[in-house]
Ligand binder design. Structure first.
Ligand code: NAD
Ligand code: USQ
Length: 396
């Protein structure tokens, strides 16, 4: 298959491009390097050093003999997106190319506006390119489990059968997300579902849980193929952060009482889920939703698992929760559809955690301890005036 990976220079997009290329698909990647720009803006760096996109592509060609084609540009530029899709003529577009950190979107008005503009406009441009060029292109879009929030009923995979005043209907599952970032994904989901109805688009919305892990079969082959690994209070996600905190002797930062529960998935399963979704496309006009996570744990359980596993001393701190989120809540989210299509879950294990400790140990000198504590508070309203996307996140 011809597969175009948007956001192909990011934490998940790069390993996905390698995995798909390794399996024999013709792969292209698109990125505007916004993520490298946020690093400059925040004054932080990936724990694991990452090569430039050119170096990555060169290394992959050298090691595998396979070529991945780069498209460097901004998804918010409609003409660029149209030209790229017309040039590559993909069967599948995998869309990772958005601003993905909830705390970044909550810094102030400028960052909220940037996040929603970047994500919603970029996604609309991709939809219009598909509608104009070839409506059979399957859009595999990365959404998030956080779109649902933490409702007091079971979470289904995208759709809900309801009975109201004696009548029945199948409706999009009601959403109650917890940040302007998570909201941008809800807006995308609604736009895509509408595109399926009006244009007969084929779409799979992958509501992914929090990803952890540092490498995949391909990124391990050469340091130039490594993917990024974030630990700072803005871009670092909970399990990855806690592994680094343990190795650095920093108390594990549980926000609030730690009862909040999230779906988790290992990075090796992420890339496999994308393969499965791509090779089993949605039907014409179908808006299909898969919940992409393999196990759920409370933040406290994650902290206790890491603390128990760490061979040295490790303490857990209950930090004043910087977010506005439910801590004690019901959580039962379905996630069977990817497994029905063949996903073999990689569950959190001693081996996986020990491997992460080793990776962090190797790069521990690169950690900036000052970047660890959370700095963004949800309830604050810093309303610095919005800037343009290029002022906010200049490409390096
Ligand atoms: P990332 O920030 O590392 O990668 C996203 C990439 O998209 C970056 O390289 C960035 O430069 C690029 N990008 C952003 N805006 C762009 C634009 N306008 N034009 C072109 N490129 C653009 O993020 P990630 O962790 O790899 O996440 C990828 C996707 O998966 C995101 O959509 C995210 O919401 C979703 N997701 C991530 C996680 C997680 O835990 N990392 C969990 C669930 C869902
Ligand atoms: N948390 C802590 N301590 C920390 C960091 C986080 O207790 O040091 C808590 C948060 O309060 C939250 C939970 O852990 O309750 C998850 O936070 P996170 O930063 O790991 O994840 P989140 O902000 O939800 O975002 C991440 C990715 C995002 C993706 C989402 C999947 O950055 O791109 O969409 O995970 S999900 O959470 O399922 O929506």
């Amino acid at each position: 298959m011809q597969i175009l990976v948007l956001g192909g220079d990011g934490y998940l997009g790069w390993p996905t491009a390698l995995h798909l290329s390794d399996l024999g698909h013709e792969v292209a990647v698109c990125d505007n390097f916004a993520r490298r720009g946020y690093d400059e803006e925040m004054g932080v760096e990936s724990l694991i050093p990452i090569a430039t996109l050119d170096e990555r592509l060169g290394a992959w060609a050298e090691i595998s003999g396979k070529t991945i084609k780069p498209y460097v540009g901004d998804l918010c530029d409609a003409a660029f997106v149209h030209k790229m899709v017309a040039d590559f003529r993909p069967d599948t577009i995998v869309h990772f190319g958005e601003q993905r950190a909830a705390p970044y979107s909550m810094i102030d008005q400028a960052h909220a506006v940037y996040t929603q503009t970047n994500n919603v406009v970029g996604n609309l441009n991709v939809m219009y390119a598909i509608a104009d060029i070839d409506r059979d292109i399957h859009l595999v879009k990365l959404g998030t489990m956080g779109e649902y929030g933490t409702p007091n009923i079971d979470i289904e995979e995208g759709w809900l059968e309801v009975e109201h005043n004696g009548r029945r209907d199948r409706v999009l599952y009601p959403k109650r997300p917890g940040s302007f970032y998570h909201l941008s994904k809800v807006h995308d989901s609604h736009n895509i579902e509408f595109g399926c109805r009006i244009w007969g688009m084929r779409a799979t919305d992958l509501n992914q849980g929090v990803v952890y892990g540092a490498d995949t079969g391909q990124t391990k082959l050469d340091p130039r193929l490594a993917t990024r690994f974030d630990y700072d209070g803005v871009f670092g996600t909970v399990l990855n952060r806690m592994v680094i905190q343990a190795v650095l002797g920093h108390p594990l930062t549980v926000y609030g009482n730690g009862s909040q529960t999230r779906g988790l998935i290992n990075i090796v399963d992420t890339v496999e889920c994308i393969r499965i979704a791509s090779e089993n496309p949605a039907d014409r006009g179908e808006f299909r939703v898969f919940n992409q996570f393999t196990e759920s744990m409370s933040v406290r359980q994650i902290a206790e698992t890491i603390a128990n596993e760490y061979p040295g001393e490790c303490t857990i701190d209950e930090v004043d929760n910087p977010r506005v989120e439910a801590e004690n809540h019901y959580y039962n989210a379905k996630h069977s559809r990817l497994e029905e299509l063949g996903l073999k879950p990689t569950l959190l294990s001693t081996t996986l955690i020990d491997h992460l400790f080793e990776v962090v140990e190797r790069h521990r000198d690169r950690v900036d301890l000052a970047a660890i504590m959370p700095t963004v508070r949800w309830a604050a309203t810093a309303n610095e005036l919005p800037r343009t996307a290029s002022e906010l996140a200049p490409a390096p």
